[in-house]
Structures are given as C-alpha cells and as structure tokens.
Design a protein around this ligand. Structure first.
Ligand code: ATP
Ligand code: MG
Length: 140
C-alpha cells in the first residue's frame, strides 16, 4: 500500500450550501492531506470527459447538467492507502446506503447530488489528477 494520491471533487450541491470547510475537516480528520485544491466551474466538455465511463448510462445527461450547475472544488488528497481510505470516508454512492459518520450520510441530498467524488482506483486517480492539475500545482 504506502502513501498514495487520490482525486476528490466537492460537488455543486455542497459548494452551493457553503460546506466545503466542513467536508475538508472530515477529510483532514481522517488523516488525508489536501496537497492541491482549486474551485472551478467545469465546462460541459470537462464534465463529459470526467464521467465518460458513464456515457451509456441513463443518468449521464443529467449528471453532466448537475456537475456544471455550479462550482466544484477539485482536490488532490495524499495519505496511506488514500484511494480506499477516501472511499470509506465518503460512504456509499446512494446516501440512503451510506454508513453513519460518512460525508455522504451527513451531507448528500440524493444519489446524484451526493456532495463528493473520489477516485475508484490508483490508475483512475492518476488520470483524474492529470485532467485538473499540473505537477507543479501539487505541493505535498
Ligand atoms: P463518484 O464517481 O462521483 O465518486 P461513485 O464512484 O460512488 O461516485 P459512480 O457509479 O461512479 O459512483 O457514479 C458516478 C456519479 O453518478 C455518482 O456519484 C452520482 O452522482 C451519479 N449516479 C450514479 N448512479 C446513479 C443513479 N442510479 N442515478 C442517478 N445518478 C447516479
Ligand atoms: Mg465513480
């Protein structure tokens, strides 16, 4: 395992409610270091590329609409086993199934407006980090 990096997005439902700081406190409280962070409004093209893996799913169009509906905070998180660790801290995709104390249980509005994204593998983390950050913007 060892120290690795994962990619995180704080999604529009959370930035609109002003809970970026609360989510960051949960991230840092779990021992994950925020080594890069920027608030951006994703273009449609960026959101389509980011969720290209879901292109054939029925919710793809509404997912892209939602992800471009307001600012997101893109982040690189670093720590022991960061990819799996952050998935645990986020909780299940659907907040109704998420465990007590997880970010999605505490803050998510619905299965789409679920407050955060985290990479699902180290390989995808590297690809997603590259989509939003250059190496000199990541300071460990
Ligand atoms: P993310 O990739 O955002 O971290 P995830 O890995 O838990 O979430 P995925 O299966 O990759 O879940 O789905 C990507 C996103 O698409 C979800 O976070 C959610 O916003 C949306 N989504 C997933 N499943 C559904 C669904 N059945 N209906 C509506 N939206 C969905
Ligand atoms: Mg996913």
């Amino acid at each position: 395992m060892g120290v690795e990096r994962t990619f995180s997005l704080i999604k529009p439902d959370a930035t609109k409610r002003g809970i970026t700081g609360l989510i960051n406190a949960d991230i840092e409280g779990a021992g994950l270091r925020i080594v890069a962070q920027k608030r951006i409004l994703m273009t449609r093209a960026q959101a389509e590329t980011f969720y290209a893996v879901h292109k054939e799913r029925p919710f793809y169009g509404s997912l892209v609409d939602y992800m471009t509906s307001g600012p997101v905070v893109a982040q690189v998180l670093e720590g022991e086993n960061a990819v799996l660790r952050y998935r645990e801290v986020m909780g299940a995709t659907n907040p109704e199934s998420a465990l007590e104390g997880t970010i999605r249980k505490k803050f998510a509005v619905s299965v789409t407006e679920n407050s955060v994204h985290g990479s699902d593998s180290p390989e995808n983390a590297a690809t997603e980090i590259r989509q939003f950050f250059s190496e000199n913007e990541i300071v460990g």
